[in-house]
Each structure stands twice: as C-alpha cells, then as structure tokens.
Design a protein around this ligand. Structure first.
Ligand code: ZN
Length: 210
C-alpha cells in the first residue's frame, strides 16, 4: 500500500522527467516525442518557452490517467477481504472518478455508486473506490467501465448481488459536437439479487438518492 502511493507520486511529480518506463512498460520518452509531434502538427511551436516542457508533462499526465492498466487486483485488495455474516446491502456512494473516453481521448468524469449484498465475505470499504480507479484510469466507455467494476466485485466477493450506477459528464459532448453542457449520462450494472429482485434494486436506488 505505501509502495503504491509512492509510485503514484513519482508519476505526478513534474520535475522528475527522467522516469522512462513504468510498471506496465510505457516509455515516457516515446510518449513525449509523440506529443511534441502533435503540438507541431496543430501549428504550434514546440520549442517556445511555454511549450518546451509540455510534451514531458503531458506524457506523465497520460501515464497517470491510464495507470489502471497496471493495477493488480490482488495487490490492490491486499488481504482486505474478510469473512463476515452481514446480509444487508452495503453501499458506498458518490465515489468521484475521472476517465478518458476512448473515442476522443477527452475526459468523462462523475460519480460512481456501489452496492453489494455479502454472501459471507465483505471487503474493506476503501477498496471499492480503488476498484473504481482501476477501471476508470484507462481509455474507456462509461458503459464498459460500469460493468467491469460490477463484474470485478462479483468475482472477488461472490456476493448475493452487486449494483453499480455511474453518472458522468463527457467533455467530448460538452466541448465539441453537440455541445450539450448539462447532459449527464447514467449507466448501471445490476447483478444477482439486484437484477432478479425489483424490491432490492429499488431499495438500492433509494439509498443512493435516485
Ligand atoms: Zn468521446
């Protein structure tokens, strides 16, 4: 856990330009060169003062924003799955997430709400946002991200049911194309009892304020 934190800080540090390869083999140098070409191609001068270090910063920002690919679920959970007989709905709501739409490489961001009904196993509550990070820090579509979060919780906890609802604003809709400023896209993944039992599903939706 402390190791992971350290790794993230390295990625964020603007002055540490010389970390070339991260744990999933991304070459910062190659990324940096590619972003320099993009800057030149859109008609800017990558050599001017304000832009000279931009490709390196962007490379590191992208490495951070796609770090979900190198997350390992075993390490992430770090033994935080416990045997416990609790059979009411467990909910963690309003988990902030930031992702990148895979069609435009523009951000989509919002909140994710998770519920599950344990079947003998519970997970440390802070691990649920970590699973959201694992799947949001990638090139994504909101639908798939929501389902992947639900499927992973289902796999590690084998609960009686899992419910995931994500609400997001997409900059690709807001900044370009249809320019819909106030649209919020909602996606959901209902598994087990949340899928089969309407009452359980409504209880979850009520508890997250929907
Ligand atoms: Zn898009």
């Amino acid at each position: 856990m402390p190791d992971k934190k350290k790794e993230i800080q390295v990625f964020e540090d603007d002055d540490d330009m010389r970390v070339q390869v991260n744990s999933n083999g991304i070459s910062l140098e190659k990324l940096e060169n590619n972003f320099r070409s993009i800057i030149a191609e859109i008609g800017e001068d990558p050599g001017r003062e304000g832009l000279i270090r931009t490709p390196g910063r962007v490379a590191k920002a992208y490495k951070f924003m796609t770090k979900g690919y190198s997350e390992d679920i075993e390490k992430l959970l770090n033994g935080a799955v416990f045997n416990e007989h609790y059979d009411e709905i467990v909910i963690v709501k309003d988990i902030d997430f930031y992702s990148l739409c895979e069609h435009h490489l523009l951000p989509f961001y919002g909140k994710c709400h998770i519920g599950y009904i344990p079947n003998g196993k519970i997970v440390g509550l802070s691990k649920l946002p970590r699973i959201v990070e694992m799947y949001s820090r990638r090139l994504q579509v909101q639908e798939r991200m929501t389902r992947e979060i639900g499927d992973m919780i289902n796999k590690v906890l084998e609960p009686k049911g899992v419910a995931v609802v994500s609400e997001a604003r997409h900059l690709c809709m807001m900044m370009r194309g249809v320019e819909k400023q106030n649209s919020i896209a909602t996606t959901s993944c209902m598994l087990g009892r949340f899928k089969s039992d309407e009452k359980t599903r409504s209880e979850f939706l009520k508890l997250i304020g929907k």
